[in-house]
Ligand binder design. Structure first.
Ligand code: FMN
Length: 181
């Protein structure tokens, strides 16, 4: 069984990366782990041309970059997206990736597909103290999973985290979440 763990932040060694690392450490006895960071990939914004609605493929010159990421989704049995709040939603880089996944979106026919039976987990963190903002991020991630027909299997919101140092005292919450995966 393979787990894809995505750092949805452009920061490679911040709080999000640390949470992704803890999750990987917890799951590695049960899953082969693949960690990626959205900043590992460089791609343009979706132009909204909707050519993919008719062809299930993207006409943009960097379409292979998005396909590479989707190949990682396809190779995984579970996907864990870990996203910090950037202005009360997922970081723009992850949103831009989701937009570019429109060829895979099940709202139009034909559409590209990944293999069925995958489970998706959403983890959100933020500096502020209240949970509804985390739920908003989780909603964005789960909306994406839904249109890829990935089962929405679990969610974790972590408030009051700014830097990776703030993650250590929360390790038990993250480990407890991992026990549900
Ligand atoms: C551009 C930017 C916008 C942010 N907006 C919010 C916000 O709206 N609400 C909040 O609670 N935290 C916000 N934060 C704080 C981050 O969610 C928090 O510091 C998180 O731990 C960052 O993780 P990272 O360093 O791995 O990206 C923002 C941080 C940045 C850099």
């Amino acid at each position: 069984m393979r787990a894809l763990i995505i750092n949805c932040s452009p920061v490679r060694n911040g709080a999000t990366a640390r949470i992704a690392e803890i999750i990987g450490d917890e799951l590695k006895s049960r899953y082969e782990i693949k960690n990626i960071c959205i900043d590992d990939y460089s791609f343009a914004f979706c132009k909204g041309c909707r050519a993919c609605h008719k062809t299930a493929s993207c006409v943009m010159s960097d379409a292979s970059v998005i396909r590479d990421i989707m190949n990682e989704f396809d190779a995984a049995d579970i996907i864990v997206s870990v996203a910090p709040s950037y202005w009360a939603d997922i970081p723009g880089q992850y949103k831009a990736f989701i937009d570019r996944c429109t060829p895979w979106c099940n709202t139009h026919e034909p559409h590209a597909t990944i293999k069925p039976g995958k489970k998706g987990y959403a983890v959100a963190l933020r500096t502020g103290p209240n949970m509804p903002e985390c739920e908003r991020l989780i909603g964005s991630i789960e909306h994406f999973y839904g249109h890829l027909e990935i089962e929405r299997a679990g969610r974790l919101g972590l408030t009051s985290i700014e830097y990776k140092e703030n993650v250590e005292p929360r390790k038990d919450e993250i480990i407890s979440f991992c026990s549900t995966i």
